[in-house]
Design a protein around this ligand. Structure first.
Ligand SMILES: [Zn+2]
Length: 603
C-alpha cells in the first residue's frame, strides 16, 4: 500500500491535521457564535473526526475469566519488578512538544499540525496516538513493550480528579497482533469493565470497506486498584485490555462511550430548525454563554398555533460531559417530540417542552468527565448557582422559574449516565405525600421500556446531593415529578437484553418510552396511572426502594478518598514496592503540570 497516499499515511488520517481552502471559506460563513471554543490551553487540531452511523447489531457483554484479576495483577507485578527492562518511551503527549519532530516543517507532509510521532519506515510498528480533537481525552501514551502501552488520562480542567472518560485514536496498526493497553490513572473504585463491559472502537478501514460504525471490542479486560498512590490518599486504578486489529495501517478510535460533541449538537440543532416540517413545532433560543464563550441554546417544543392551555415540562442533559449517552437519548427525545406520530401531536397539543440539551458544553469540548471550567461539578450548584461560574445552571434555573410562573410545571428531568450499575432507572424525591405520587412516572416508564428497572430507582434525599437539580428544584419549586434519569454505560441485567450492551437502538427506545409515559401520566382517563397507584397502595413496591447510600452513583460523588470500601478493595496489589521500583512512570505522572486555575475576573 502507498504509505503516503493523499488521505492516509501509516494509517494516520491526514484530514485531521490540516484545513482545506474550502473548509476555511466555509468557516468564514459560519455563525462565529457556534465556533467551538475551548477556553483552556487545550489546542484542538484543525479538524475533528467524523464517523459513519452506527449500524451494529446488539453486542454481547464479555464473560470475565475467573482468573483475570490474578493474571492482570501478575502482569502488573512483572511490570514493577522488571521496570528497568521496559521501553518507557513517551510516544504521545497532548500538551508537551514532541521531541521527535521539533525541527520538522509540517508542510513536508502537507499538514498544518504534526502528529506527536511519525514512523519513518514501514518496519517501525510504534502506534501513533492522537487526542487533540473535541471531547478527546488522552494525556500521554508510554510504550512499555513492542505492543503494550501505558496510557494516562487528563484530569478535568482545574481539578486533579475525575479521570474516567477516554477518547483517542491510534494509527499504524498491524493486523492480528495482540496489543495491550493499560489506562493507569483511573479514579473510581469500581467499574462496569469488571461486569462484562467492553470499550468502544471504530476502525477507519472497517468503516470504509464494511460500513461498520462504532463497535465493542477487546478481551482480557480488567479494572483493578494499582500500586500508584494518589497525593491525597488512596490509589489509582488501572483499566487493562487486549485487542487485535483487523487491518494493517488502520486508524482506530477508542472511547469509553459513543462520543457526542458540541459541534455534533450544533449541527443537529441547525438541521432541526431548518426542517420545514418542524418549523412550527420547535423554537431554538439562546440561553447564555459558557465560561469559554460557547453559546448554550435551549429549545421550546409545542403546538404554538392552538391556544389550548398547556402544562410545562423541562428536560436537561449532559451536565456531566463524560455521560455521552445522555445526549443520544436527548436527541431521540427531540426527534420524537417534533415528529409526525399521533403521540407526538398529543404531546405538543398538551405540553410546552423546554429543553436544554447540553448543560456543560465547555466540559464536553475539553474532554472532561464531570466538571466545568470553574472546576466544579455543576450538578451540585442548583441551590444557588453563580451567574459567572455556573452560567448554564443559573439560566436554566431562571428558565424553570419562568416556566413555573407561566404554567403548571409538571415534570423536570435531568438525563445522566451511570458507570457502576446496569439498567435504566430514576432518582426521584419522596416528600410527605402518603400516596407516593413520585413513584408513578418511573413505574409508567417501567411498563413502557424493556430495560427500565424500578427496583434500581431511589427516592431518598441524600445530604450530599442536595445541590443536584433533582433535589434543589423539587424543594424550591415543589415539582413532584422531579427526576434524574440514569442509564448504564454497560447494559441490562434482566429481560430480553440481559448480557447485551446498550446501543443506539436502546437509547432510542428509552427516549420514546419516556415520551409515551408522559402521555400515560396525564391522559384524562388516568387508566394506567390508576393501575400503578393500586400497585403502590398494595405496598408491594414501597419496600423495594434500595437505600442508595452504598451505591453512590454518578449523580453522587464517588471519588471520595476516605471511602472505607475503597481502602479495603481486595484488588490492591500486595507486593512490596516503592515509587523507584515503579520506574519512571510514577515520576513522570507527577510531573504532568496541573494547570493552575487562571485568575478570571469575577470568578
Ligand atoms: Zn451524571
Amino acid at each position: 500500500m502507498d504509505l503516503n497516499s493523499d488521505e492516509f499515511f501509516f494509517g494516520i488520517n491526514k484530514s485531521l491535521y490540516f484545513k482545506t481552502e474550502e473548509q476555511k471559506n466555509e468557516m468564514k460563513k459560519m455563525d462565529p457564535e457556534y465556533i467551538t471554543k475551548t477556553g483552556t490551553d487545550f489546542v484542538l487540531l484543525p479538524n475533528s473526526p467524523e464517523f459513519i452511523n452506527h449500524n451494529e447489531p446488539f453486542e454481547p457483554m464479555y464473560i470475565p475469566k475467573q482468573t483475570i484479576l490474578e493474571e492482570s495483577l501478575r502482569r502488573e507485578i512483572e511490570r514493577i519488578c522488571f521496570a528497568d527492562t521496559l521501553l518507557n518511551k513517551v510516544v504521545f503527549d497532548c500538551a508537551d512538544p514532541s521531541p521527535f519532530n521539533k525541527d520538522t516543517d509540517p508542510n513536508v507532509y502537507g499538514l498544518e499540525v504534526l502528529p506527536f510521532y511519525i514512523p519513518q519506515t514501514k518496519e517501525d510498528t510504534t502506534l501513533v496516538f492522537e487526542s487533540r480533537f473535541e471531547s478527546g481525552n488522552l494525556r500521554r501514551a508510554i510504550q512499555i513493550c513492542d505492543y503494550e502501552y501505558n496510557l494516562i488520562l487528563k484530569p478535568d480542567y482545574y481539578t486533579t480528579m475525575n479521570t474516567q472518560w477516554f477518547y483517542f485514536s491510534l494509527s499504524n496498526t498491524r493486523k492480528d497482533v495482540e496489543y495491550r493497553f493499560n489506562i493507569i490513572n483511573m479514579m473510581k473504585p469500581d467499574s462496569l469493565y469488571n461486569s462484562g463491559m467492553k470499550p468502544l472502537m471504530y476502525s477507519e478501514q472497517g468503516a470504509k470497506h464494511k460500513k461498520i460504525g462504532w463497535f465493542r471490542d477487546g478481551h482480557e479486560i480488567c479494572y483493578y486498584q494499582n500500586n500508584m498512590k494518589r497525593k491525597n490518599g488512596g490509589y489509582y486504578y488501572t483499566l487493562t485490555f487486549a485487542v487485535k486489529f483487523q487491518y494493517d495501517f488502520d486508524c482506530i478510535y477508542i472511547a469509553h462511550c459513543y462520543p457526542y460533541t458540541y459541534t455534533h449538537l450544533c449541527r443537529y440543532l441547525k438541521q432541526l430548525e431548518s426542517d420545514p416540517a418542524k418549523k412550527n413545532r420547535v423554537k431554538r433560543k439562546q440561553l447564555c454563554q459558557t465560561i469559554a464563550g460557547n453559546t448554550c441554546d435551549f429549545l421550546i417544543i409545542g403546538d404554538f398555533n392552538n391556544g389550548k392551555e398547556k402544562k410545562g415540562i423541562v428536560i436537561t442533559s449532559r451536565v456531566h460531559p463524560g455521560e455521552t449517552m445522555a445526549s443520544y437519548v436527548m436527541e431521540y427525545m427531540i426527534d420524537f417530540l417534533t415528529g409526525n406520530t399521533h403521540e407526538a401531536r398529543i404531546l405538543r397539543e398538551n405540553f410546552i417542552f423546554k429543553i436544554v440539551p447540553m448543560l456543560n458544553i465547555d466540559g464536553v469540548v475539553n474532554g472532561n468527565y464531570r466538571c466545568n471550567l470553574a472546576g466544579v461539578d455543576l450538578n451540585r450548584q442548583w441551590i444557588d448557582p453563580n451567574k459567572k461560574q455556573h452560567p448554564t445552571i443559573y439560566h436554566t434555573k431562571q428558565l424553570v422559574k419562568k416556566t413555573k410562573e407561566e404554567r403548571d410545571l409538571v415534570l423536570f428531568c435531568d438525563i445522566h449516565g451511570h458507570s457502576r450499575k446496569k439498567n435504566i432507572f430514576m432518582y426521584g424525591c419522596s416528600g410527605k405525600d402518603p400516596n407516593r405520587k413520585e413513584l408513578v412516572f418511573p413505574m409508567l416508564n417501567r411498563n413502557n421500556c424493556s430495560v427500565f428497572s424500578f427496583k434500581d430507582c431511589c427516592f431518598l434525599l441524600q445530604k450530599d446531593r442536595e445541590g443536584s437539580a433533582r433535589i434543589a428544584l423539587w424543594r424550591e419549586f415543589s415539582i413532584i415529578n422531579c427526576y434524574t434519569l440514569e442509564m448504564s454505560f454497560c447494559g441490562a441485567d434482566f429481560g430480553k437484553y440481559e448480557y447485551f450492551h446498550f446501543n443506539l437502538d436502546i437509547y432510542k427506545e428509552i427516549a420514546q418510552s419516556f415520551c409515551l409515559s408522559i402521555i400515560d401520566c396525564y391522559e384524562p382517563e388516568q387508566i394506567k396511572v390508576k393501575q400503578v397507584m393500586e400497585e403502590i397502595e398494595q405496598n408491594s413496591l414501597k419496600n423495594q426502594q434500595k437505600d442508595d447510600k452504598n451505591n453512590s452513583g454518578d449523580e453522587g460523588s464517588d471519588y471520595s478518598n476516605d471511602d472505607p470500601k475503597e481502602q479495603a478493595m481486595p484488588q490492591q496489589i500486595q507486593v512490596q514496592t516503592n515509587d523507584q521500583q515503579l520506574g519512571s512512570q510514577t515520576k513522570k505522572l507527577k510531573k504532568i503540570p496541573l494547570l493552575p486555575p487562571k485568575k478570571k475576573k469575577g470568578l
